[in-house]
Design a protein around this ligand. Structure first.
Ligand SMILES: Cc1ncc(COP(=O)(O)O)c(C=O)c1O
Length: 407
């Protein structure tokens, strides 16, 4: 049966068939096959060969910790960084490993020297903890957090217009824009947003938490002052692994969050060296890229985008959302995450969203984030090579009953 369309999709006119599974791909992951795991987006899932590669490094570390940490570790990290930077189109000189996007946001906010009366601009589609970091740093500095508001259905032109209108040259000290948003799974017109900030001579940071692996990325062509992307989501790297790229004019001003032995060595060593830590995720990250390349980057992107679109249509139909205009457009056919607005009475608050997520997990055996975005409940469906059409069909079959019970 694998690869054939079945389940609710048969009954819905206009639902294009799901993609054929990539042979063998599901077996590369240790995701529990008894559940439908439709949340690759939040934490990723590490392929088994990558888990093994990391374990081999840990074994090496434990056979002789002294040798592991003092003989060639930083050269090995440098090789891994260069390899991954080249894949991302980033000048290796500009990049540093950081644990994750969260860390990079705080590093940049602390490094720009935010001052009283100035502003940091984000969008209403931004990530919650990034908002908290901006609020915190603005409060400490006497600066303000300005949010450019755009509805779920906003076009690229509308998004560019609202961000541009929120920038005040001379007052805005940093603009933070997402390549792919978390709550709304929207691919943003990132090149246009960066260009808009640069045209006004305002520094700009790209939060590309979901971009590496999932979308074509050329960091240098984007040209932001700061760019950060997680490799532990769609590039199959072990957690925590992210790459930060910093434009040359800022590198000397980067404030390491932790002072360690490389403090006088400048960027990126002063950022990467954090004392005795487990550096094996960074060293293993190239193996994640290798697995993705072996499966075929374009093949994986087409598979995941097509399956996410299938899931959105089939679960959307179960919720009575039938026309393409009712289904939020992620901003590209190969986007592996898509959202579905729930009927308005559900998941209006974080607490309601949490309860619904747990019930879907317990009763339908489907792991899917339920998000409360500006008072509107939404489901965010991810698609990865270990997913199959059946899993979205199961959600589509069970969700209406569960919502009716909650009503
Ligand atoms: C847009 C965005 N920014 C930042 C983050 C934070 O990522 P991390 O927890 O890996 O730092 C996420 C996580 O999903 C995200 O979606």
């Amino acid at each position: 049966m694998l690869g054939q369309s079945r389940g609710p999709s048969h009954k819905i006119a206009g639902v294009s068939p799901p993609p054929a599974p990539i042979p063998g791909a599901r077996l590369l992951f240790s995701v529990d096959q008894a559940i439908a795991y439709l949340n690759h987006g939040s934490f990723g899932a590490v392929p088994v060969p990558v888990q093994r590669a990391q374990q081999r490094l840990r074994d090496e570390m434990e056979t002789n910790p002294q040798r592991f940490f003092t003989a060639g570790l930083w050269e090995r990290i440098g090789h891994a960084r260069t390899h991954l930077s080249q894949f991302l189109g980033a000048d290796p000189e500009s990049t540093a490993f950081v644990p994750n996007v969260t860390a990079a946001i705080s590093i940049v906010l602390r490094s720009i020297g935010l001052t009283a009366g100035r502003e940091v601009v984000t969008t209403s589609h931004g990530y919650g903890s990034v908002d908290l970091a901006v609020d915190h740093m603005c409060e400490r500095a006497g600066a303000s957090h300005v949010k450019a508001v755009a509805p779920l259905s906003a076009t690229d032109d509308e998004i560019v217009a609202t961000v541009t209108a929120s920038i005040t040259p001379g007052r805005t000290q940093l603009v933070i824009v997402d390549h792919v948003t978390s709550a709304t799974a929207r691919v943003m017109p990132i090149a246009r947003l960066v260009a808009a900030a640069k045209a006004r001579d305002v520094p700009v940071m790209v939060d590309a938490a979901h971009a590496p692996g999932a979308h074509a990325v050329n960091v240098d062509a984007i040209g932001a002052d700061f760019w950060v992307g997680n490799l532990h989501k769609w590039l199959y790297a072990p957690r925590p692994t992210a790459i930060l790229s910093v434009a040359e004019k800022w590198r000397e001003r980067i404030e390491p969050p932790v002072i360690s032995w490389a403090n006088n060595d400048g960027y990126p060593a002063n950022l990467e060296m954090g004392g005795t830590l487990d550096y094996t995720p960074w060293l293993t990250a190239p193996t994640g890229l290798y697995v993705l390349r072996t499966l075929g980057i374009d093949r994986v992107r087409t598979h995941n985008g097509t399956l996410a679109a299938y899931g959105q249509r089939v679960v959307g139909a179960a919720l009575g959302l039938l026309s393409p205009s009712e289904l939020p457009n992620p901003g590209g056919i190969n986007a592996p995450m898509r959202v579905l607005p729930l009927p308005r009475q559900f998941a209006r608050t974080e607490a309601e969203a949490h309860t619904l997520r747990l019930r879907i997990a317990d009763e339908l055996r489907v792991v899917v984030p339920v998000i409360s975005w500006r008072g509107r409940g939404m489901l965010r469906l991810s698609a990865q090579v270990y997913n199959h059409a059946d899993e979205y069909d199961r959600l589509a079959t069970g969700l209406p009953r569960l919502l009716a019970e909650l009503n």
